[in-house]
Design a protein. Sequence first.
Length: 354
Amino acid sequence: MAAQKVVISKDLKADLQAFFASMSYDKLFILTDTNTQEKCYPLIKDIPALQDTPVITVQAGDTHKDIEQVAYIWSRLSNEGASRNSLLVNLGGGMITDMGGFAGATFKRGLRTVNIPTTLMASVDAAVGGKTGINFNGLKNEVGSFYPPECVFIDCEFLRTLDRDNLLSGYAEMIKHALISSMDIYASVLLFDLDAKIDYAFLNRMVAQSVAVKERIVEEDPKEHGIRKALNFGHTIGHAYESLSFKKDRPLLHGHAVAAGIVSELYLSHKVCGFPMEKLSQVVYYLKEYYPAFVFDCKDYDTLYELMTHDKKNEAGIINFTLLSQVGDVQINQQVSKEKILESLDFYRESFGV
């Protein structure tokens, strides 16, 4: 899998214009959702290279990250003469970069894509690393491919358009990156005051630090055969929480589900790998300060466990966790008893008072 280029931009218009001038392509397309078409596309639409470029707009929200929307993107590309030498620019959050990447990977067996993430979640996670996908059969990212974009342009100016919940959603992935990397990054991330007025220039530097963690891991293991599984910390249980929230018609943002998953999987890390209780308590305290509780009860445990059995890291039907023995000391391919998994659900509910 080819390496992707990531640009932490301070002048997005100039960087994009220079990039398009350097590329050879026959047609250029922009993919947005209904939110980014209104709030984000106006910030770049006067770039000379984007004049008269078709804009493909899909409905916003992860519930629309499905095969029907991909088929709409394919039909627009086909009807407007896209070829394998065309370029699809994905302007949006993780839903757009995931789905646009998958549409690009599959249309005519692959046209080139560019990601311009407009949320913190997409900037530090979804837009970087080459994973694409859509939800299918009630399961998160069940169908997809590894298909890196030509380039990812990250500019935290877009984050000024975000509400607090979406900012928190992306920050959960930064907490995960900190936990799997080093004490220095861990300390800086847990010291950031999410209630204060956001310094976006400083946040841009923190995003660059977080993206660098993911880039190092992806470069070493692009197709998740080994250490890339580190990036799934918090996600085995987090994805189950997220799927349950949709079943209950109380959908969680992905990062809020990951934050809840981090709590449960740190508990498993403590029980199985000896992760220090002091650090576990520190992280739980920080998450409780900013993230609302996800309310569920013991009647949901069997459903949550069943959802975990569908995780893509599993082998031979056995749930496979990524856990930590220390900050930065990742233990992949950890198999945990059902009893301990259910204990971790108890721990989350007790910690958050639900």
